[in-house]
Write a protein that binds this ligand. Structure first.
Ligand code: PBG
Length: 304
C-alpha cells in the first residue's frame, strides 16, 4: 500500500513527517509526503492567542484527509484541537520526547540570573504567565515564527532570551544551544508527542499506524487532553498541564491563570492509569470551582 502523509512545510513539520515516513518504510510500506500550507503558516506576525482560531496548524491538513488526498496526517500533538472533525481520529500517539520548555539565552545566562528588565521572547500565554510569576521585572515580548526564525531573532539581539519546546529544538538539531531545561514550568498539553491522524473508517491505515502508538504517551495525552477539553480547549487563556506515570498510577498537575499570572489556579491529582482521562477532566472541574471558571468567563464571555 502506498501511503500519502500530509504535513506542513516548516522544517520542524518536515522533520516530524520524515521521522514517521522512515518508520513506515522500515515496515515495508511505500510512503510519500504531501506538503500543505495551513492558515497558521500564512499568519506569521500575530500572536496565536490573538487570532483565536483553534487548530490553525491542522485544519487544511484535516480537510485534505477528509477529501482522501492524503491517508494520514502527522502533527505536533499540542497543535491538535481537543475535538476532532467527524470521521477523523488519532490513530497513533508516538513516544513522547522530553516534554519541557527550554530557555535559550543570548549569553548563556540561566533564567534566575537574567538581568533586571531583560527581554524574554515568547508569544505563548502559558509561558508568559509562568515567567511573570517568577520574575515580575522581566519584559515578555512577542515572538512567533518557526523554530529557526525564533533562534535567528535571538541571535540578532532582539531578545535577551527566548523560550521554546525542548522537542522542537532537539528535532532541529539545536540541542547545543539550550541554556536551561525549565522543568518547573508546566508544559503545554501533549508537548513532545506526535499525533498521527487518520480517517476513522480506514481500517487498513489504522492497522499500519497503530504499531507506532506508544501506550504510556497515549495515556498521558488522554489525561492532559481531557483536562484541556473540560476547560473548552482555550488558547486565549494561559493553561498548562503535565502528567506522568509511576507504576500503575498516573499523576497530573495543571493550572489556569489570568493574563498577569496573579490569579493562578493550580492543582494535582492521581489515579490508576486506567482512569487517565477521568482524572484529567476531574482536575479541570476542580480548578473551575476554585476560580478558573471566573477567569474563563471573563475571556470567553460565558454566562453560566
Ligand atoms: N508552537 C509551535 C510548536 N508546535 C510544536 C512545537 C514543538 C514540538 C512539540 O511540542 O512537540 C512548537 C514549537 C515550540 O513551541 O517551541
Amino acid at each position: 500500500m502506498k501511503l500519502r502523509i500530509g504535513t506542513r512545510k516548516s522544517k520542524l513539520a518536515l522533520w516530524q513527517a520524515n521521522f514517521i515516513k522512515e518508520k513506515l518504510e522500515k515496515k515495508g510500506h511505500q510512503v510519500e509526503l504531501v506538503l500543505i500550507t495551513t492558515s497558521g503558516d500564512k499568519i506569521q506576525d500575530v500572536p496565536l492567542a490573538k487570532i483565536g482560531g483553534k487548530g490553525l496548524f491542522v485544519k487544511e491538513i484535516e480537510e485534505a484527509l477528509m477529501r482522501k488526498e492524503i491517508d494520514l496526517a502527522v502533527h505536533s500533538l499540542k497543535d491538535v484541537p481537543m475535538t476532532l472533525p467527524d470521521g477523523l481520529t488519532i490513530g497513533a500517539i508516538t513516544e513522547r520526547e522530553n516534554p519541557f520548555d527550554v530557555l535559550i539565552s543570548l549569553k548563556g545566562v540561566p533564567f534566575e540570573d537574567l538581568p533586571q528588565g531583560a527581554k524574554v521572547g515568547t508569544s505563548s500565554l502559558r509561558r508568559q504567565v509562568q515567567i511573570k510569576r517568577r520574575r515580575r521585572d522581566l519584559k515578555v515580548e512577542t515572538l512567533r515564527g518557526n523554530v529557526d526564525t525564533r533562534l535567528r531573532k535571538l541571535q540578532e539581539g532582539l531578545y535577551d532570551a527566548i523560550i521554546l519546546a525542548y522537542a522542537g529544538v532537539k528535532r532541529m538539531g539545536m540541542e547545543d544551544k539550550i541554556t536551561q531545561v525549565l522543568e518547573d514550568f508546566i508544559p503545554a498539553v501533549g508537548q513532545g508527542s506526535l499525533a498521527i491522524e487518520i480517517r476513522e473508517d480506514d481500517q487498513d491505515v489504522w492497522q499500519v499506524v497503530r504499531e507506532l502508538d506508544h501506550p504510556e504517551s497515549r495515556a498521558r495525552a488522554e489525561c492532559e487532553r481531557a483536562f484541556l477539553r473540560e476547560l473548552q480547549g482555550g488558547c486565549q487563556v494561559p493553561i498548562g498541564a503535565y502528567s506522568w506515570i509511576e507504576g500503575d498510577s498516573i499523576f497530573i498537575k495543571g493550572f489556569v491563570s489570568d493574563l498577569e499570572g496573579i490569579k493562578f489556579i493550580e492543582g494535582m491529582k492521581s489515579a490508576d492509569i486506567k482512569s487517565a482521562e477521568k482524572i484529567g477532566a476531574q482536575l479541570a472541574k476542580e480548578l473551575l470551582s476554585k476560580g478558573a471558571e471566573e477567569i474563563l468567563r471573563e475571556v470567553y464571555g460565558w454566562n453560566t
